[in-house]
Design a protein around this ligand. Structure first.
Ligand code: T4K
Length: 376
């Protein structure tokens, strides 16, 4: 037994540490949750688990309205469509491909605003200079779980009569001044992808202010069907299925404990890396309860640059990620229309940032080891 355990431990030690690892309930817990699916033969199309998860999430996120989707990206595409926007949408290029693609796939033109170098969210001081008579909305991103300056964005949106749809993919459970982050703007999109703090395998949600939006979102995500014999919209299929919802129901029971564990890991990283010249990480934002979804570190003036640190970690079996490099305005599909030098802070951050491994079960000893490699 001892020999077997030792071999298993050695194999475990040799496994690379990835940037994240999905949180999962106990196998038996999930099986128990999906048992009724076999009894009812009801697999999808807004079933009992879908409805129950909506209720539980409204409670958890402390929001008045929610609608669930197959994934976060479709949630964003559909909610943009629901607002029937035209023309230009102000957003940032320092995000995952999804944010911009959702705008473009709705026939809208993204206008890239730079980010601020403190929390990497949209630079609110630059928004107004980008507003034209064609601007219809702002799609800011709460990147890494850091929240945008929601109050200033609200002021600007009111002044120019713009819709605000947050990409809140990273901010599950985050609050500011004790208000759930999904309450800001006209709507927010959350991602429940396998790599997120809370997952439904794939999945996502839109939270929103105006309850009338719910019916339209239900119709858009279900082929535009509005009645037994009527189809009023050219909708698609964005429904969350019952297996996804079941995973969500299980994971939701454990999410607070998972976030607590993540917090300890982030604190350990900070203890290890605090005060080292050229290593910068974002500080806690005032009034914000964080979810510790990512741990981005900026290497600026350190003895090694970001790419060198990335390679050395990789040689040691640590797979950090360059989220978000390159910036969206330098993607092949957008680079003819945009110049990444127009958003210099985003460009510079994307070249210097590395997101270090972070997931609830990451051992503190592994955090120490990762930091030792960086320091050495
Ligand atoms: N907006 C923003 C700001 C986003 O960050 C995202 C998604 C979206 C919108 C769209 O939401 P979704 O439609 O995805 O719900 C990952 C995720 O696929 C993506 O959800 C996420 N952002 C993005 C930042 O990261 P990749 O291509 O880096 O994932 P991948 O497959 O390389 O996985 C990363 C690591 O996660 C793996 O090395 C191991 C671990 N992993 C991965 C999977 C798939 C697991 O432990 N279990 C798994 O099942 O995009």
């Amino acid at each position: 037994v001892y020999a077997k355990k030792t071999i298993e431990e050695m194999l475990e030690m040799k496994k690379p540490i990835q940037v994240t690892r999905s949180s999962m309930p106990d196998f038996e817990e999930y099986i128990e949750e999906i048992r009724s699916i076999w009894e009812n033969h009801w697999l999808t199309n807004m079933g009992e688990k879908h409805r129950r998860l909506e209720k539980e999430l409204m409670d958890y996120l402390d929001v008045p309205n929610i609608n669930l989707f197959t994934n976060g990206h479709l949630a964003l595409e559909y909610v943009i469509e629901a607002f029937n926007l035209k023309g230009e949408v102000i957003t940032t290029p320092f995000t995952f491909a999804s944010t911009t693609h959702a705008i473009v796939r709705n026939g809208l033109k993204p206008v890239f605003c730079d980010i601020n170098p403190v929390d990497y969210t949209i630079d609110v001081e630059k928004i107004e200079s980008l507003i034209t008579d064609k601007t219809s909305a702002i799609v800011p991103v709460h990147v890494y779980g850091n929240i945008c300056n929601v109050y200033e964005i609200e002021r600007i949106a009111k002044k120019y009569n713009l819709k605000v749809i947050y990409d809140a993919a990273h901010t599950f459970g985050v609050t500011v001044d004790n208000i759930g982050i999904g309450n800001f703007g006209d709507a927010s999109m959350f991602s429940f992808h396998a790599t997120k703090v809370f997952n439904t395998i794939e999945g996502g949600a839109v939270t929103f202010k105006d309850e009338r939006l719910n019916e339209l979102l239900n119709q858009l995500k279900n082929f535009g069907i509005t009645g037994p014999e009527s189809v009023e919209y050219v909708g698609g299929n964005g429904k969350m299925n019952e297996f996804q919802a079941a995973m969500g129901l299980c994971n939701l029971k454990h999410v607070d404990r998972e976030i607590e564990k993540r917090k300890k890991i982030v604190e350990r990283y900070m203890e290890n890396l605090e005060g080292i010249e050229g290593i910068i990480f974002s500080k806690n934002q005032k009034g914000v309860k964080h979810n510790y979804s990512y741990f981005p570190v900026v290497f600026d003036g350190y003895k090694l640059n970001r790419d060198e640190v990335f390679e050395i970690l990789k040689e040691n079996g640590i797979i950090a990620r360059k989220y978000f490099y390159p910036t969206i305005n330098s993607f092949e599909c957008y680079r003819n229309e945009y110049n990444p030098n127009d958003t210099p802070i985003a460009k510079s951050m994307s070249e210097k940032v590395l997101t270090l491994p972070l997931y609830a079960d990451l051992a503190l000893e592994d955090v120490d080891r990762i930091c030792e490699i960086i320091k050495r």
